[in-house]
Ligand binder design. Structure first.
Ligand SMILES: Cc1cc2nc3c(=O)[nH]c(=O)nc-3n(C[C@H](O)[C@H](O)[C@H](O)COP(=O)(O)OP(=O)(O)OC[C@H]3O[C@@H](n4cnc5c(N)ncnc54)[C@H](O)[C@@H]3O)c2cc1C
Length: 332
């Protein structure tokens, strides 16, 4: 964006404060200034102010808020400051980290009490890298809930396969219409008291079959589950995608591990490991990456998959004839 020198610009009126961008930062700054009687001009580029804020999980870290106290969480700005600096591996501006941590409780209390933002303290989940439950969010903070609401908010087609007794489940959304996925039961542990039996959601989108999975953590069991899925896909262009805790290569015949080679989860909130994967058969993957953590404790993975065009093996006589045609063309 070009920056023009002030002396060559003449404006019809002046305001003491201009804020550029009406995302969370700009809007909250404008609200605070307005409350103190300052005339504010808030400039927004887009027709509707949304920004990254509208895409986010909406979880706001803060320490020492009244909501935390009500939930029995003992937290201090010093702990939050330490967590911010540790999460940034010491690379952030430490004075700003301290300032944010010190102002955080005041800001959340003000937004919740004065401006009635529907915030609550997340008291059942410690965010990766945090040593206290610092996060505050709106009531519908779970990904699964967001996704169910999504179907009513946006066009497109959505199917969720709930997992009894769990907040999460398997789900698929597409802009384009697709057949109702079918359910593939997977091998289960013989041990008593295990969680409900795992299933895969088999989804046909265009010519690609997707097996959406959340497999068991047992190393032998999840291999058996992968083999069952690979058998059900019957050699079609397909991808097995989702959460599977396979230590080492999966070695499923005909399938290549094309998912991003980076940690997508922290075991016990500490140990980083690659849990979200994609095995592909008959597909070319031109991009594999991850997005930042959203409301989930897994990083979403992003893949660009296309059907591999098989190289046609011609008969030697056909190959000789094609070569001859090329040579003749060259001498014409
Ligand atoms: C998927 C996802 C999940 C996330 N989850 C979380 C989370 O749970 N917790 C968390 O703390 N953070 C989360 N984040 C990060 C968080 O969303 C951002 O850090 C935060 O929203 C940034 O707020 P902002 O106001 O600075 O920017 P934005 O919300 O992006 O607002 C910037 C605004 O400025 C406008 N603008 C840009 N240029 C101009 C211009 N030249 N003139 C006028 N207007 C302009 C834009 O249109 C936009 O509206 C997440 C981000 C993503 C993408």
């Amino acid at each position: 964006m070009p920056v023009l020198p002030a002396e060559v610009r003449i404006f019809d009126y002046a305001v003491p404060l201009i804020i550029v961008g009406a995302g969370a930062c700009g809007s909250v700054a404008a609200l605070a200034a307005h409350e103190r009687g300052v005339e504010v001009l808030l400039l927004e580029r887009d027709p509707v102010p949304r920004g990254s804020t509208a895409l986010s999980g909406g979880q706001i870290p803060a320490a020492g808020t009244r909501l935390q106290k009500k939930a029995g969480i003992d937290d201090t700005p010093e702990i939050l400051e330490g967590d911010i600096i540790a999460k940034a591996e010491g690379q952030c501006d430490k004075a700003i980290a301290r300032h944010i941590a010190r102002e955080s409780a005041k800001t959340i209390d003000w937004l919740a009490e004065t401006h009635k933002l529907p915030l609550s303290c997340i008291d059942d989940f410690v965010y990766p890298g945090h040593s206290r439950m610092h996060m505050h969010a709106s009531p519908s903070r779970f990904g699964a809930e967001h996704m169910d609401v999504l179907t009513h908010k946006v066009p497109g087609h959505y199917h969720r396969l709930p997992w009894p007794g769990r907040i999460h489940g398997l789900a698929v959304w597409s802009r384009h219409n697709f057949a109702t996925p079918h359910i593939l039961p997977l091998p289960a542990s013989a041990l008593p008291g295990r969680v409900p039996r795992r299933r895969s959601q088999i989804v046909q989108i265009g010519e690609i079959t997707f097996a959406n999975v959340h497999l068991s953590h047992g190393q032998l069991l999840n291999r058996r589950q992968l083999l069952r899925i690979a058998g059900a896909l019957r050699g079609k262009p397909s991808a097995i995608i989702g959460d599977y805790n396979a230590v080492g290569p999966s070695l499923i015949p005909g399938f290549a591990d094309v998912g991003p080679r980076e940690a997508t989860h922290f075991g016990a909130d500490v140990v980083p490991f690659r849990l979200d994967r994609c095995l592909a058969h008959g597909l070319i993957c031109s991009f594999a990456g991850t997005l930042d953590f959203g409301p989930s404790d897994h990083k979403p993975i992003v893949l660009d998959l296309q059907i591999a065009v098989a190289r046609v093996r011609r008969h030697p006589l056909q190959r000789a004839r094609r070569r001859l045609v090329k040579i003749r063309a060259a001498f014409r």
